[in-house]
Structure formats: C-alpha cells, structure tokens
Design a protein around this ligand. Structure first.
Ligand code: GAR
Length: 217
C-alpha cells in the first residue's frame, strides 16, 4: 500500500470518527497513514484510541480561550503537524474554531465533518438544532475548512431521517453512523488526489454524475 500520504487527525471528543478512519486505513481502503493525533482535551477518547493503535498522540493545552486556540497553542498545533509532515488535516470532532496562522499554514489542506446538512445548523449541537427546528431530514457534511464557522466548500453530504420519537441522543447516534461511512469515503478521494475545488464547488474527478464513488462495502 502507498502510505506516503500523511494525515494528522485533530479532535476533542470520544474519537469515533478517528476510529472509523483508522479502521478503513488498516483494512487497506485508504492509501494513507495517520502520522499524528492531536487534542485540546487531555482526557479525550481520541487520544486513547490513537495510543491503542500505536499512533503518536499528543495533548496540547488550548490556552485561555473557550472557543479558539490562543497564540501559543496555535503555534504548538501548527508545529506538531508540520513536524509530522502531514499532507492533510482531518478535524474529527474538534470543538474550536481555527484562525489565521493555522489556516494559512495548511490552506486548502484541512477538512472537517459537521453533524448536519450545511449550510443548515452550523455551530454547536447541530443534531439538537435540527430536532428543535423540526426538520424531517438531516445528516452530515464533510467540507474544507476556511475562516468561516462550518462554512468552507462542501466535499460530500449524507442524509439521515429524523423520526418523531427521536431524542437528541438517538438522532446523534444515527448521524454518527452516517459520519463513519462518509468521512473515510472522502479521505480516500483526497488521498488519491481526486478532489478539486472550483470556487465553492468541489469536483470529484472519478464521478460522472454524483459524489461519493467510494462506497465501501
Ligand atoms: C461528530 O458528530 C462531529 O460531527 C462533531 O463532533 C462529533 C465528534 O464525534 N463535530 C462538530 O460538531 C464540529 N462542529 P467523535 O469524537 O466520536 O468523532
């Protein structure tokens, strides 16, 4: 397997999207390796999952702000990712907004997964926002990261039905399951250089008619 494509995963939470990605790589479905996993939360499950898999994992204190990294933390994240020589940064449940220097250091090479069909319900607890709004269909979105909040060009989306008896937890579980399918499908295309961007539109080179030609079975 060609594993010269190096991925840095950054997350704050339990790390189920990291696990889905690491499993797809281990199964030979993605020509890439995870070079490093970083978190702003010392006790985050994502770090434990990475260490279980013998993948370098590091906690970096986020500094004094609640919703973004302070300057020192930003420098530490950028430096750790540059030292690991990553080609792509995969945000997997990272709960802080990335700003100037981080974005400039890896422009066009940062992707995120968000638990709604963007541009609906950006921000926190998107599954709860969808439930409270009363939509009948929601889902998840993989997108490039730019200076906006959950705003960059959309790579792919997967829909999820909302049921009348859903709770925030049951809906988030269903969205999570969709995320675990969608994110690896996007990362394989990125690793193969088969994704290009024209303005806000993301083009999947292999696909004639629609996105997501890499449906794993
Ligand atoms: C996922 O649902 C992801 O979409 C969401 O956090 C969860 C992380 O789960 N991300 C955001 O809300 C970012 N705006 P995980 O830690 O199990 O992968």
């Amino acid at each position: 397997m060609n594993s010269s494509f190096r991925i840095g995963v950054v997350g704050s939470g339990k790390g189920s999207n990291f696990v889905a990605l690491a499993d797809a790589i281990a199964a030979g479905k993605i020509p890439a390796e995870i070079a490093v996993v970083l978190s702003d939360v010392e006790s985050a499950g994502i770090l434990a999952h990475a260490r279980d898999r013998k993948i370098p994992a590091q906690f970096i204190p986020p500094g004094k702000f609640r919703t973004k990294l302070d300057e020192e933390a930003e420098r530490a994240f950028v430096s750790a990712l540059q030292s690991a020589k990553v080609d792509l940064i995969v945000l997997a449940g990272f709960m802080r907004v990335l700003k100037g220097d981080f974005l400039r250091a890896f422009a066009g090479h940062i992707v995120n997964i968000h638990p709604s069909l963007l541009p609906s319900f950006p921000g926190l607890e998107a599954w709860k926002q969808a439930l409270d709004h009363g939509v009948k269909v929601t889902g998840c979105t993989v997108h490039f990261v730019d200076a906006g909040v959950d705003a960059g060009p959309i790579i792919a989306q997967q829909t999820v039905p909302v049921f009348e008896n859903d709770t925030p937890e049951s809906l988030h579980r269903r969205i999570h399951a969709a995320e675990h399918e969608l994110y690896p499908q996007c990362v394989v295309a990125l690793a193969r250089g088969e994704i290009s961007v024209a303005g806000r539109r993301v083009i999947w080179k292999k696909s004639q008619t629609c996105s997501n030609p890499y449906i794993f079975t």
